[in-house]
Design a protein around this ligand. Structure first.
Ligand SMILES: NC(=O)c1ccc[n+]([C@@H]2O[C@H](COP(=O)([O-])OP(=O)(O)OC[C@H]3O[C@@H](n4cnc5c(N)ncnc54)[C@H](OP(=O)(O)O)[C@@H]3O)[C@@H](O)[C@H]2O)c1
Length: 182
């Protein structure tokens, strides 16, 4: 079975994106970890919204490190329509249809240059994959940032705080983090 690493970063107020851009919730340390995962990737898996987000850099742009790494956009909707949308915006990503029942077969068969697949989707597809694929592992990175979003309580605040992590404890898969102002 292939290994599927699901990479997710979130802020301490629970945001997965800032203005639809996940880079806004990340820190330099998170970015370094993200790059280390990308270096292992034989293929990248993303969701439709992430694929079509014009604010995100093209994953396999010519001349970049992942220029020859297949990028698969997994969808439970119509893959033909998604292929058309990807072609319209000039993305060399492949639309792959899946259902929870076919996911294992789909992931075992998709083009990949190694047996490690790295998923850079948002939380919706991440959940789907964790639920249905036995080889999936979630790497959750928690950044010490508050993230402003339209509609959140922080939308009117700068929400900038320098926090220092002073303790980490775990009990029964729950993680307790203690922060103090730096
Ligand atoms: N923090 C992180 O680590 C991280 C990583 C990547 C992305 N993100 C952010 O996460 C967000 C996306 O993830 P999410 O899980 O929150 O997304 P979501 O909107 O909860 O779910 C995305 C899913 O909605 C479905 N969908 C239904 N109608 C759609 C439409 N008109 N257009 C696009 N998708 C539609 C798609 O599934 P079907 O195709 O199966 O219909 C798609 O996979 C983006 O804002 C992205 O920037 C965060």
């Amino acid at each position: 079975m292939r290994e599927l690493v699901i990479s997710l970063v979130q802020t301490i107020n629970g945001s997965y994106a800032q203005d639809s851009w996940s880079t806004g919730v990340s820190t330099e340390a998170d970015f370094d970890y993200f790059i280390s995962l990308r270096k292992q990737a034989g293929a990248i898996i993303i969701d439709r919204r992430t694929a079509l987000n014009p604010a995100l850099p093209v994953i396999n742009a010519p001349g970049k490190a992942l220029a020859h790494t297949p990028v698969h956009v997994l969808t439970e909707s119509d893959p033909a329509q998604l292929s058309k949308q990807l072609a319209e915006v000039g993305l060399d990503y492949r639309a792959q249809h899946f259902t929870p029942g076919t996911l294992t077969q789909v992931l075992e068969a998709i083009e990949s240059t190694s047996d490690t697949l790295v998923c850079e989707s948002g939380p919706n597809l991440a959940y789907r994959l964790l639920d249905a694929y036995p080889g999936a592992e979630l790497h959750l990175s928690l950044s010490p940032l508050y993230s402003r979003n339209a509609g959140s309580h922080f939308s009117q605040l700068e929400a900038d705080l320098n926090l220092r992590l002073i303790d980490v404890r775990t009990a029964d898969d729950q993680v307790f983090l203690r922060y103090a102002k730096a």
